[in-house]
Design a protein around this ligand. Structure first.
Ligand code: UT7
Length: 350
């Protein structure tokens, strides 16, 4: 049997600029109390506006992961980069990271799966290691949300949630029998694609509109790829029907975690640590309750970073590892749900 792949090195990077809930009240009608109660978020980090990009944060996280894996950028033979906030519409961040780290002319793939992006990226990398095609794969999840949020009261349901940051892992062949990524489970349901989406700029030409979810002037959206009207009317910002996303998330999270455990004939009692995508502390608590997990079986850090989308799972995993909460032989489950909808899990024997 071919060996599994293992996480040989992990790292994360968050910008220095700390933004509290109170800071946001300067721009919009919101309150520390509302944000804490509804999301659990107390503060988040915003990238330096000019000095940092999604790629540069990914590079910082990658440097740490590569060093901890005992390898060098020259030895990396493939890159998978997950983000919804790329430096350019195209090309993707993978090639920018390849350039920044002076890597060889290796393959670089960008994954655009939003909140589940990192788990999807990990799954792709896992297949390449298992098949023997590559030996050292760098998987990155990074976001610079702060550049694309509506900081007026109009956008408050979205903008208070998101933060910036990056996480990265290096995947290599497992060294021991039974060690590594035991399985990954990927899902999608495009029925509600517009429920959590950034419509513009895009080529949709209103083809998919109106939707039951778009609440603003549908006719005005997407007549052109990009227009002054879009900017003026705030149609260039993410749209989210929060309660509808919440309802679906609390069903799909437990489902995909149970699916991973069941596929490996394991149960929640075997789980040392669950790292849920940090979408909302209330969602994570609901999932914990539903699966009857103890507090020490779940790691959350949304309080300090907000929702960093594709970066949230690797940042949380990296922090938990640094704090000694992920030890050799531990069973770790990564799970994510978000825009698309897409959702995914990965079960790892560390
Ligand atoms: O990671 C990507 C996946 N995303 C998610 O998983 C997000 C899932 N959804 C959520 O986390 C929650 O739905 C939110 C945190 C986004 C919103 O919480 P909620 O409890 O569902 O609130 P709501 O959207 O139903 O809004 C309740 C009220 C509304 O006012 P009215 O209509 O009751 O007068 C909103 O206008 O809260 C208002 N509101 C705010 N008030 C203060 C919305 N955003 C804010 C805000 N500050 N930032």
């Amino acid at each position: 049997m071919r060996p599994l792949s293992r996480i040989a090195g992990i790292g994360h990077y968050v910008p220095k600029n700390l933004v509290t809930n109170h800071d946001l009240t300067k721009y919009m009608e919101t309150s520390d109390e509302w944000i804490r109660e509804r999301t659990g978020i107390e503060e988040r980090r915003y990238a330096d506006r000019l000095g940092e990009t999604t790629t540069t944060m990914g590079v910082e996280a990658a440097r740490i992961a590569i060093e901890r894996a005992g390898t060098t950028p020259e030895q990396i033979d493939f890159i998978v980069f997950a983000t919804l906030s790329p430096d350019y519409y195209f090309p993707g961040c993978g090639v920018l990271l390849q350039r920044a780290l002076k890597m060889k002319e290796i393959g670089a793939l960008d994954v655009r799966n939003q909140c589940s992006g990192f788990v999807y990226a990990l799954s792709v990398a896992d297949q390449f290691i298992r098949s023997g095609m590559y030996q050292n794969i760098l998987v990155v999840g990074a976001e610079k949300h702060s550049f694309g949020l509506d900081f007026t009261t109009r956008g408050r349901n979205v903008s208070v949630i998101f933060g910036d940051g990056a996480g990265a892992v290096v995947l290599q062949r497992a060294e021991r029998e039974g060690q590594g990524i035991l399985s990954t489970h990927l899902h999608s349901d495009g029925e509600s694609a517009e429920i959590l989406a950034m419509y513009n700029p895009g080529t949709h030409a209103n083809h998919w509109m109106p939707t039951p979810y778009a609440t603003f002037d549908e006719a005005a959206i997407g007549q052109t790829f990009f227009s002054h009207k879009m900017i003026e009317e705030g149609q260039v910002y993410p749209y989210m029907d929060g309660p509808a996303v919440f309802k679906k998330a609390v069903v799909k999270f437990p489902e995909v975690i149970q699916e991973a455990l069941f596929a490996n004939q394991l149960t929640t009692a075997d789980l040392n640590l669950l790292i849920p995508h940090q979408a909302n502390l209330r969602i994570a608590q609901f999932v914990q309750q539903k699966l009857k997990l103890r507090d020490d079986q779940v790691y959350n850090n949304i309080q300090r970073y907000g929702n960093t989308t594709a970066a949230s799972v690797p940042i949380a995993l990296s922090e938990a590892w640094e704090q000694g909460k992920v030890k050799e032989n531990d069973l770790v489950c990564l799970a994510a749900f978000g825009s698309g909808f897409t959702w995914a899990s990965a079960l790892i024997r560390w």
